[in-house]
Write a new protein. Structure first.
Length: 363
């Protein structure tokens, strides 16, 4: 039997960091043996906020491919591809935009939070509002069973689920009373996909809280990230500067563990749980200092990143391999997406000139 298909990916806004690792990438590496994995680099979505700098977007695409391969994604087991080279996605985006109302798109909390966090005000292109529908097309073009994502992407997945139901009911005569898991069995084209969340759906950054006292998630734009490509020196420098408990002025002061990035990181990355719990108790009693706990965290993070660095160095010596991985993956992904588009056009009665599609519909 063929493996169930997974689709997930990233918008190339920069290098991947530890938040990406625990939010999704770690899951992807683990799932490669059990699923048919497709990983999209959604470069066109990057234009919604960076259209004036296409060269930077191109470099980010290549950086993410290196990050994927360095993190342990195997191009023999998984398919890495670039969004702009899959024409079917653009066609499906236009069609799906007819299945969602404008007010529904604006109710997406991720849209609202991005407008706020990026301080866009009213100064954003229409494409910024279109990209959630583009994400729906990114997903449904490959008709996956599961989509591994971070917590902040769940609202986008709910839109994909709504579009799948709407299309299946409108064009495939699937009853609106059909359970989500039975849509395909009932004759639908698109699965009502399920999200697959990691154990750590959102990682805080190494900086302090916002004005409301809430810790911010790790982000390149907020300058509070540890990148998968950071070397040991960079990790050491960033961890030693990490925000901890502002009320703890000296080592002997009692410290707060809750809402403290230092201990959130230990809980997330340190596998020596006995040490973590013992150190937390000492920290609360003022018997252990920030420096000692930070040095332990540095050891843990360097051990995690070391094999990634080794793979990265090998890749950088053979840069043509990076483009070849992207080329082969995109060719394979294009076949799958074209099959989806073919079936879509048949169902909406808009398949006029089949000979124009130079593709083998074998999947």
């Amino acid at each position: 039997m063929s493996k169930p298909r997974i689709l997930t990916g990233d918008t190339p806004t920069g290098r991947l960091h530890l938040g990406h690792w625990v939010g999704s990438v770690e899951n992807r590496v683990k799932l490669q043996d059990s699923y048919d994995c497709y990983f999209i680099i959604a470069n066109m979505h990057a234009f919604t906020t960076r259209m004036e700098d296409p060269a930077a977007i191109r470099q980010s695409v290549l950086d993410i491919v290196i990050d994927y391969l360095s993190a342990g994604i195997d191009p023999v087991k998984s398919t890495i591809f670039v969004q702009s080279e899959i024409p079917a996605i653009a066609e499906l985006t236009f069609l799906f935009s007819m299945l969602l109302s404008f007010p529904r798109v604006m109710r997406n909390p991720t849209i609202k939070s991005e407008i706020r966090d990026k301080d866009l005000g009213d100064n954003y292109p229409f494409g910024f509002l279109l990209y959630p529908i583009g994400q729906v097309a990114d997903i449904l073009a490959f008709r996956p069973s599961l989509v591994p994502v971070g917590e902040d992407q769940v609202p986008h997945l709910e839109m994909a689920r709504e579009v799948a139901r709407r299309f299946n009911q409108l064009y495939c005569q699937v009853s609106p009373h059909t359970e989500d898991k039975d849509n395909i069995k009932a004759g639908g084209l698109f699965p009502v996909i399920e999200p697959l969340l990691s154990n750590t759906p959102r990682l805080v950054g190494i900086g302090g809280p916002n004005q409301d006292g809430n810790l911010l998630k790790m982000s390149k734009s907020l300058n509070n990230a540890i990148f998968l490509s950071d070397d040991a020196d960079a990790v050491h420098k960033k961890v030693m500067a990490m925000y901890t408990d502002p009320n703890r002025l000296k080592k002997t002061d009692k410290g707060q563990v809750e809402n403290n990035p230092l201990w959130i990181f230990h809980d997330t990355f340190n596998s020596d749980k006995a040490w973590v719990e013992e150190a937390k108790d000492k920290y609360r009693q003022g018997q252990i200092g920030d420096v000692e706990c930070k040095k332990k965290l540095i050891e843990v993070l360097i051990a995690l990143l070391k094999p990634m660095h080794q793979r990265r160095q090998a890749l950088l010596k053979n840069p043509e391999q990076i483009l070849e991985v992207l080329k082969q993956g995109t060719m394979k992904a294009n076949e799958i997406a074209e099959v989806t588009l073919k079936h879509t056009k048949e169902l909406i009665k808009q398949d006029y000139i089949k000979e124009l599609r130079h593709i083998s519909y074998s999947n």
